[in-house]
Design a protein around this ligand. Structure first.
Ligand SMILES: [Zn+2]
Length: 288
């Protein structure tokens, strides 16, 4: 493992990814006609039936398959998780989480405006509570072709089949609760976007190896990261810039878009031109 990557991983222990927690607002986001993208691209085309909002597998099937299994791993590197860009070459995958809840339902408009103005592709992991609290922002993000929308959970819980915790947040306690945490926001996003999300990041990004298999059975891929870009939105702008510009080809950077008071937007705005000058291009997780 290269030194810089090892250094970044070592810094993870100090950088909280807890984001936020607590109940969200009750307003419901609802899609409207896209502004910049043809309606058929963003929402369900009329030529084929609407995607079912529930995952293809049922809760009972998941409990039957995984309810008796014990996990061997807890953290960011469970087998099967995506922690690097899928595209090859001089690429970086920027991802930004919106965790929701009273401590984290903000909207970092400066960050989003910067990405749009500079045509920077990114993947946005949205929690169900954040969507409920930001219906207008959600519509804009869903209609923006630069962005891919991922599932950041229903209650923003670490994804455990045995009740493990991360950053003081209690995780899901069993296979059924793992299903619930993924399925709730899977249904919301499928209904709003007209297609199911492809990627899932748990609250705090912690996941065990059994939970990873459950998410895969539900049609989504667990995503963690290899660069902790903003320390759970606690970094200063300079710290964000330093950390993000240490990324390597194929790095998958985690940041946050729900703390406009933090240093993320300013730090990213400084880092992107530096990385672009080094020949990097920015990709979404689906980009090959
Ligand atoms: Zn989060």
């Amino acid at each position: 493992m290269p030194t810089s990557r090892r250094t970044i991983l070592a810094a993870l222990a100090a950088g909280a990814l807890a984001g936020c927690q607590g109940p969200g607002a009750t307003a419901s986001g609802r899609p409207s006609a896209a502004v910049a993208v043809p309606r058929a691209v963003v929402f369900t085309p009329t030529a084929r039936p609407a995607a079912p909002v529930a995952p293809a597998v049922t809760r009972a099937e998941i409990v039957a398959r995984y309810g008796q299994l014990s996990p061997d791993y807890w953290g960011f590197g469970a087998p099967g998780v995506l922690r690097h860009a899928q595209a090859s070459g001089q690429v970086i995958a920027l991802t930004f989480d919106a965790c929701g809840g009273p401590g984290g339902s903000g909207y970092d408009q400066a960050l989003i405006d910067f990405l749009r103005q500079h045509e920077v592709r990114a993947t946005l992991f949205l929690n169900s509570r954040w969507i409920d609290a930001n219906p207008a922002a959600f519509r804009l993000l869903a209609a923006e072709p630069l962005f891919e929308i991922g599932n950041h959970g229903t209650k923003h819980l670490p994804l455990s089949v045995s009740g493990r915790s991360a950053y003081g947040i209690s995780g899901t306690r069993n296979a059924g609760e793992v299903y619930d945490e993924v399925a709730g926001n899977h249904a919301k996003l499928t209904r709003l976007l007209g297609k199911p999300p492809r990627f899932f990041r748990s609250g705090t990004a912690y996941c065990d190896d059994i939970a990873e298999r459950i998410v895969a059975d539900m049609g989504e891929r667990v995503v963690t990261f290899d660069v902790n870009g903003d320390g759970g939105a606690t970094f200063t702008p300079a710290e964000v810039t330093t950390t993000v510009t240490a990324a390597e080809p194929g790095s998958l950077v985690i940041g946050h878009m729900n703390h406009p008071e933090g240093g993320t937007a300013q730090g990213i705005a400084a880092a992107v031109p530096i990385l672009a000058a080094r020949g990097y291009r920015f990709v979404r997780l689906s980009d090959q």
